[in-house]
Design a protein around this ligand. Structure first.
Ligand code: GAP
Length: 453
């Protein structure tokens, strides 16, 4: 069967990710581990740029948000109180024909008859609840008393530390606590590359407010988050705010939106923005017996704040950035013949390498020395890459393929050999337009910094 253009595009993206060192299969030399991924030298830079920008926008640029970094292992009582131990489940079905384990919502429905998506079999077990939390044991004994779980979301450590953070930060409502960290879910069917993984990272904000302002802050955060995605290079027309209907929302939520993105494999959730009311703090107050109330100094009232939660997936956003950036166009090769060019059109803010620096020829010492001088000049300001091997056109292509927005070439004019007026200037080439301009070395830092930020 012929693959659809979207499926072919996704295959090319997965292969580029491996070939250029964005994402590798975890434990690959042992056959891999389903649902786990490793980020290579470029992937880790992209991921870091995303997390740093989220932290900058959500924490540093605001007066009303502070950060924290909670542990992955927590007291089992947390997961009992939050409801995860009893209800954090997916309905699972077994196909008796091909023995596949499937999520009930992934079955194919043909004229009202459910079928296995792998083999088309109709001999399926009844759905049963499968808890997605990874169980583990703390200490040397492996029994019920030492059982706990790897956290399935970062949010709960924010709720259980609410009082401590409030006391030390002396914030007034409304205010938020932000966290970026690992979460683990034993997904029945990890799929679509990194989209549904068993180990992943979340960027979560719990924004505490008064009950009467919950819906207002829900609308506010939905809009802020949509702007965030636009600012990292995901156009608004590929983003969709899907309002979750009453019957599908968690029982304690008064309003939830999924922010979805048009991936090559379909429209899928990037982030949830949920008004969780006071459910979590109430649960933890009840179960721990410790007060999680807020004291309003003006009205002298004590109450449990409500919370609005924008919860984004790091790995899903990285995948969205790569899918959105991937493009193919044509460019002339060394002999002027048009060839296909693969280019990742990352927003410069997200690009793993901001600028490549090339000496025109590697065997001309003064060119090499000048290029290395420029690398040293730029390095404190941005991630730069020095490359002297191969023809200039090949070097440009290698950078296009990993999304480097700018490339500098040091040539004989830089040395002032042809025209003294051009001494200490370089060519600056733009990845997307492939246009080149002549720029003074002394102007490189402000020029590049303004284009990157
Ligand atoms: N604290 C709320 C919460 O965890 P969620 O909708 O279950 O809500 C939030 O998860 C985000 O975490 C999702 O929108 C998604 O980006 C990411 N996420 C959830 N499960 C994931 C998985 N198995 N693989 C990758 N990312 C996942």
């Amino acid at each position: 069967m012929n693959k659809s253009p979207d499926a072919q595009r996704m295959e090319k993206i997965v292969s580029l990710c491996k070939r250029r060192g964005f994402i590798f299969q975890s434990s690959e030399i042992y056959g891999g581990l389903n649902g786990a991924w490793d980020y290579g030298p470029l992937g880790v830079e992209l991921k870091r740029n995303l997390k740093d920008y989220w932290w900058r926008v959500m924490v540093h640029e605001r007066d009303d948000v502070v950060g924290m970094d909670g542990s992955i292992l927590m007291n089992r009582a947390v997961w009992k109180a939050s409801g995860h131990e009893d209800t954090f489940t997916d309905p699972m079905v077994d196909c008796r024909s091909c023995k596949a384990r499937l999520r009930a919502d992934q079955l194919i429905d043909k004229k009202g008859v459910k079928q296995c998506p792998n083999c088309g079999g109709k001999d399926l077990t009844a759905p049963r609840a499968f808890n997605l939390m990874f169980k583990t044991f703390v200490g040397a004994t492996e029994d019920e008393s030492s059982t706990t779980y790897l956290r399935p979301e970062t949010a709960q450590s924010i709720f259980v530390q609410f009082k401590n953070v409030l006391d030390v930060s002396r914030k007034k409502l409304p205010f938020g606590i932000a966290q970026i960290g690992k979460a683990f879910r034993n997904e029945i069917n990890p799929r679509n590359f990194t989209f549904r993984s068993r180990e992943f990272e979340q960027m979560e904000l719990e924004y505490f407010c008064r009950a009467e302002e919950g819906m207002k802050w829900l609308d506010y955060w939905l809009e802020e988050r949509l702007k965030f995605y636009e600012n990292i290079g995901i156009p608004r027309e590929k983003l969709h705010a899907h309002e979750i209907p009453d019957e599908e929302r968690a029982f304690y939520s008064k309003g939830t939106y999924d922010i979805e993105f048009d991936f090559p494999f379909g429209r899928q959730e990037l982030e949830g923005v949920a008004y969780r009311t006071d459910y979590d703090l109430q649960q933890h107050q009840k179960a721990s017996g410790k007060s999680l109330e807020y004291f309003d100094e003006e009205t002298k009232q004590r109450f449990i704040p409500h919370v609005v939660e924008p919860s984004a997936g790091v790995d899903r956003t990285v995948l969205a950035l790569i899918c959105e950036a991937y493009d193919e166009d044509t460019a002339p090769d060394e002999k002027g013949k048009l060839e296909t060019r693969i280019v990742l059109r990352f927003h410069p803010r997200m690009a793993p390498i901001k600028c490549a620096v090339f000496p025109l020829l590697k065997n001309k010492e003064p060119l090499v020395a000048k290029a290395k001088e420029i690398v040293d000049l730029l390095r404190p300001h941005m991630n730069v890459f020095y490359d002297e091997s191969g023809a200039i056109g090949r070097r440009y292509r290698r950078q296009d393929e990993i999304g480097t927005p700018f490339a500098i070439t040091v040539d004989f004019e830089t040395l002032g050999e042809k025209d003294a007026a051009l001494r200490d200037t370089v060519t600056l080439r733009d990845r997307d337009s492939m246009k080149q301009e002549r720029v003074k070395i002394s102007e490189l830092i402000p020029l590049l910094s303004s284009r990157i930020a």
